[in-house]
Write a protein that binds this ligand. Structure first.
Ligand code: DON
Length: 592
């Protein structure tokens, strides 16, 4: 437990287990020289060359936006038409989603913007993840006996980290965009003031979270009728306080949120309930630029999120494991079995090693190295599942739309993959009076107690334990996949399922599937613990189910669809650009 103001202690995650090291040494017979612990993989290859091959010239092409709701995609289109680039459009689309998809992301939350600047090939990740307040403590969600207090890390203002999204708006506009925030935030302000017609998904979430929303009078005023009922479909949801807060950001940048009137209202609301925020927490929030993680899979370059997201590490580790198999030479069941075994191992690493890079030293270069993956691969049998408890190391509701993703490509070739969240539906459910801002419950993404599953059944240890000012480990995985022939921009909500969905989407793309087919493909998932393969209806045939069970996999058909994937693809030779939004949602992929 660290008292307020004490410098964070740096923990060292356990070293790679001997088991893997031995297997890896035996298999490859060499010891790779790792870069320093915690150092990210090399920056992106410069534009124009890919693995030494000439990249086809970026022919004049179209712009594309894929997001989870048409009004948000249109907000991006509006800003591009005003002379903005992909980075301005990312501000416009994520701000509009904060208004029209309030269940899933917003000013009260955070996320990751993965950027590619076409002019010089520069790639970076803007980390706008929420931070624990300075007075947060390791055991803050445990009772005196050391047991988790029900709902403490998911409901009400104590569950909320210090938001990052408003700081990212100013940062993106100033450093990478071409337009002032007044222009890029204009569509969101308009939507907040004039309202958006209530649609079925948000209505369903209101119904599901009604009791929680009723406990926050300002949230109830926006999302429920005067007598506390769920509004009819098509009711205009107007958010005048949110419009004011957005206007303050448009006028003053991050200061309009993190200082002054809005900050005071946020803190007094939080402290009047159960929360621990201070004005200093807000004023001290900064986004951090981090080097994206880069991997290679059968000639494709995969660029993805760095910690504090586990997304990139896990996707690249799983691809490295799979790179030693010929997935096209095996039958369909074996292919799925191998992908599941790769997921099992990648998620195990997530649980054991990963956390906020500003607090934890992580063996990142090893975790994403092909040699390490070779060691992991050596424990995979092609005919038999390996129970997770045989791997050394240590019933939530998997719902897929409580976060949001945007994929953007502009006509110059600049690109953004951004995933943002307030965590569970409507976050903590708490809206501080007069702010219009729903606070996140991202503190639940910390491991509140070693080995205790969070809302996504993810387990972790001290590497992802709570500490003052620390960022909780995320699964969000905004990703670029680039081959000599073209590129894909991909991401999705889905909590712990994000990683497996981005992995499957990457394999689909490399198999030549179109954007539309990738977003609709049926999904399956394994996250190490619980040791179960969860699958969507239709993802596995009857034969595959029987064969996977015979191999020793425990299977469970999920009773709901998951994910809300947004994909853009660009084929260099033909110049064809496709944008597709997951048919499980009502989003829009626009190409124009
Ligand atoms: O950062 C994370 O991993 C979670 N807060 C994301 C939550 C999420 O995707 C919820 N959606 N289904």
């Amino acid at each position: 437990m660290s008292p307020r103001g004490e410098a964070p202690t740096t923990q060292r995650a356990p070293s790679i287990h001997l088991f893997f090291v031995m297997a890896w040494l035996a298999l490859v017979g060499v010891v790779a020289v790792p870069r320093a612990f915690g150092e990210a993989a090399p920056a992106a290859a410069p534009s124009g060359r890919l693995h030494g091959q000439p990249r086809l010239p970026a022919v004049a092409h179209k712009a594309a936006i894929a997001s989870a709701y048409p009004l948000a995609s249109e907000a991006g289109q509006e800003v591009l038409a005003k002379g903005g680039n992909a980075f301005d459009a990312a501000v416009a689309v994520s701000a509009a989603l904060a208004v029209v998809e309030p269940t899933s992301s917003g000013l009260g939350g955070g996320g990751f913007y993965l950027l590619h600047r076409q002019r010089d090939g520069f790639e970076t990740m803007v980390d706008a993840r929420e931070k624990a307040p300075a007075t947060a403590t390791r055991d803050m969600y445990l009772d005196k006996a050391g047991n988790p207090i029900a709902d403490a890390s998911t409901e009400g203002s104590l569950a909320a980290g210090i938001p990052g999204e408003p700081a990212a708006f100013e940062y993106l506009a100033r450093k990478y965009g071409k337009l002032p925030l007044k222009v890029s935030l204009a569509p969101a302000i308009r939507l907040a003031r004039e309202g958006f017609p209530l649609y079925a998904r948000v209505q369903g979430a209101i119904r599901y979270k009604r009791e929680q929303l009723l406990r926050s009078p300002d949230a109830a005023k926006v999302f429920l009728t005067a007598d506390g009922a769920v509004p009819e479909l098509g009711t205009l949801i107007k958010q005048p306080d949110l419009a004011h807060t957005l206007e303050a950001i448009a006028a003053q940048g991050a200061k309009g949120f993190y200082t002054g009137r809005v900050a005071q209202d946020l803190v007094s609301g939080v402290r009047a309930t159960s929360g621990i925020w201070t004005l200093a927490d807000l004023e001290g929030y900064r986004v951090v630029e981090r080097k994206p993680l880069v991997g290679e899979y059968h000639g494709a370059r995969v660029v993805s999120a760095a910690p504090p997201s586990s997304g990139g590490v896990a996707v690249i580790d799983a691809l490295n494991i799979l790179s030693g198999f010929d997935l096209h030479a095996v039958d369909a069941t074996t292919r799925k079995h191998l992908v599941i075994e790769a997921m099992r191992r990648a998620y195990r690493d997530r649980a054991i090693y990963l956390g906020d890079p500003d607090f934890v030293q992580m063996p990142l270069p090893q975790l994403i190295s092909p040699d390490y993956a070779a060691g992991q691969r050596s424990s995979i049998r092609t005919d038999k599942a390996m129970p997770s408890d045989l791997l050394p190391g240590i019933e939530p509701e998997p719902m897929g739309m409580q976060t949001t993703h945007i994929s953007i490509l502009d006509a110059e070739g600049n690109r953004v993959a951004g995933t943002f969240s307030i965590n569970l539906f409507f976050g903590s459910g708490y809206m501080p009076p007069k702010t219009g801002v729903l606070l996140n419950d991202t503190m639940d993404d910390f491991s509140i107690k070693s080995g205790t599953p969070n809302a996504f059944a993810l387990v972790g240890n001290a590497a992802n334990g709570i500490a003052p000012n620390k960022r909780s480990l995320s699964s969000m995985a905004p990703t670029f996949v680039e081959t000599p022939k073209g590129l894909m921009i991909i991401g999705t909500p889905g909590g712990s399922y994000i990683i497996s969905m981005v992995l499957l989407g990457t394999l689909d793309y490399l198999d030549g599937m179109s954007a539309a087919d990738i977003v609709k493909d049926r999904r399956y998932h394994h996250q190490y613990l619980p040791d179960v393969v969860d699958y969507e209806k239709g993802a596995l045939s009857e034969t595959e189910i029987a064969q996977l069970e015979a191999m020793g996999h425990k299977l469970k058909e999920g009773n709901r669809l998951w994910g809300n994937m947004e994909v853009i693809t660009w084929d260099y030779a033909s110049g064809k650009v496709e944008a597709a939004s997951d048919p499980r949602g009502e989003g829009a992929g626009l190409v124009y």
